[in-house]
Design a binder for this molecule. Sequence first.
Ligand code: DX5
Ligand code: ZN
Length: 219
Amino acid sequence: MVEVSTSILSVKKGEESETFFELEAAKTDYFHIDVMDGKFVQKNTYSKMLEYASYIRRISSTPIDVHLMVEDVKSAVDDFASVEPNIITFHYEACKNKQEVLDNINYIKENHCRVGISVKPETNIEEIYEFLPYVHVCLIMTVEPGKGGQILINDTLKKIKKLSKYVKENNLELDIEADGGINLNTAPEVKKAGCNILVAGTAILMAKDFKVIIDELKS
Ligand code: DX5
Ligand code: ZN
């Protein structure tokens, strides 16, 4: 069953609350919160995303899917655990060594959230195989992290296929989430490659009817 996680990164200024209410009514499966620290990626959305996530938590019971594009994972977990997210995902590339990856995984678990590990387009998927038994979600970036509205990088589809095959062969319990450039054209191949959670921002937020586009992405 495919789920949709709507990225609120590009929500229009001044229309935030009506957009969040409409997304809730359209039954998005998750709100995808793109947290950027201005160091791991150029943009800094940290305080805005914390404000949005806190607001969403107050008005909605829809699960929150936090995507940390930050260098200091632990302090971001401390800040965002306050909105009781369903998932907190951090980047493999933000960790100096294997121990730090494992520490971050445990730290997120101690905060009672499902753990996601994410890889940038140029990172080989084999580099994170050893961590997969300990996480709940693997977030495959299908664009370079840092901004919305980009074109899906086709090469990443091969990576999703490879991961999906590895997960099956090793009987792993893992959600495979894809993030970036996902719309009605690219969603079918991303699902066929093995993803069961699709992140979409622009494609949903620019649609006239959120429910129609969310249902079509899932179908
Ligand atoms: C990019 C973010 C994505 C992005 C998705 O760094 O992680 O979640 O906002 O936006 P679209 O769907 O517009 O590519
Ligand atoms: Zn994201």
